[in-house]
Design a binder for this molecule. Structure first.
Ligand code: FAD
Length: 327
């Protein structure tokens, strides 16, 4: 019961409370264990469960006490501070993926790849090009993840989420999906619990072949051991570029109406730049990785330097696709 939550005098006491509720709880967990960049100091409490009712109980306790908190998935799109996060991280690990009448239902803690594989096996078209995007379904909906012409938002019929007080649902239009954007990015205290998707029938064999091609391209670009967050910056809609920049673009650089941020970064000499153990890939200017014992301080400074270079040369403000924790 919410009202029975004692005001803890310490995070340890609160961790105990969550543990008594039935959540799996760890204290002082390094964020480098929770993020693919493998960077970041400690979070005071990490609490997780695959039981939705337990998760909501834990969530309500955190909210009732007004503790700083954050929802997390697989941590593949995050830069965490070297100073850590003085608060509670909650992870909902419900991972069911199933057909429900004409829709595919997925809990937010499912691996995105499991959802992709499920749709291919079910002969449903639209997510197969998202093969090898790491992370969980909740994080994918939050950022409207996508690749090779498809994004998850296009297939979303509805999302169930907790708004801090009650469970709610939004239909496709209500989610306001845009390029790497959704209503959830603008309401950071909402937690996605599950999603239903509608996909048209397709040719499973053709989808399998395309997925295999994409897997090998992606594995070459992002080896599974690479400590990174995919693209650091969003690409740019050509329709929103300053006129002189749009007019001077060489043929072939625009893909699906977008100018890759990597092209701009390449023009300002980003490839191969380094700061401490943080490295810009020599083959892709929008990929930055941790090449050893990287620090978030160096990562942020390098990102800032790249933004300044692009702004000074092109008058364009790059926007991060990655999210920050603890800054
Ligand atoms: C090698 C590599 C390649 C990538 N390629 C692509 C790509 O091609 N296309 C693409 O779109 N992305 C790509 N990404 C980025 C990343 O994989 C996706 O953004 C992914 O969907 C993030 O999921 P996650 O579970 O890791 O989220 P996290 O990194 O854990 O979280 C990201 C954000 O989502 C929020 N969030 C997470 N779960 C929930 C929830 N249940 N409710 C509310 N908010 C939540 C978090 O608070 C955080 O702000 C790539 C990343 C890597 C490392």
């Amino acid at each position: 019961m919410i009202l029975a939550v004692p005001r803890p005098s310490s995070y340890s006491q609160f961790a105990h409370h969550l543990s008594n509720l039935g959540l799996q709880v760890r204290e002082d967990v390094p964020l480098r264990e929770l993020t693919r960049f493998q960077i970041g100091g400690e979070v005071r409490v990490l609490a997780e469960t695959s039981e939705e009712s337990l998760f909501l109980e834990g969530m309500r306790a955190v909210r009732t006490l007004g503790l700083p908190w954050l929802a997390l998935g697989a941590g593949t799109n995050l830069i965490a501070s070297d100073d850590g996060f003085s608060g509670v991280i909650l992870r909902f690990r419900g991972a069911r993926v199933e057909l429900r009448e004409t829709s595919v239902y997925a809990e937010s803690g499912a691996e995105l790849q499991d959802l992709v594989d499920f749709t291919i096996a079910s002969g449903l078209e639209g997510l197969h090009t998202m093969t090898r995007i790491p992370g969980w379904v909740g994080g994918a909906v939050y950022g409207n993840a996508g690749a090779y012409g498809n994004s998850i938002g296009a297939a979303v019929e509805g999302v169930r989420f907790f708004d801090g007080r009650v469970l709610r649902g939004l239909d496709h239009d209500g989610c306001r999906f845009g390029y790497r954007d959704s209503i959830f990015k603008h309401n950071k205290d909402w937690i996605i619990l599950s999603v239903s998707l509608t996909l048209p029938p397709g040719n499973a064999e053709a989808m399998r072949r395309r997925a295999a091609e994409i897997r090998s391209i992606r594995d070459a670009k992002y080896p599974p051991s690479m400590r990174c967050a995919g693209s650091i910056f969003k690409n740019l809609l050509v329709s929103e570029l300053p006129e002189p920049v749009a007019a001077a673009l060489p043929p072939g650089v625009v893909i699906e109406g977008k100018l890759p941020a990597g092209w701009l970064l390449d023009q300002v000499g980003a490839k191969g730049m380094r700061r401490g153990d943080i490295q810009v890939a020599a083959y892709h200017a929008n990929t930055i990785y941790n090449d050893g014992a990287g620090k978030s301080e160096d990562l942020r400074a390098l990102i800032e330097e790249l933004k300044v270079r692009v702004r000074e040369r092109f008058g364009i403000q790059l926007e991060e696709e990655v999210q920050y924790v603890g800054f």
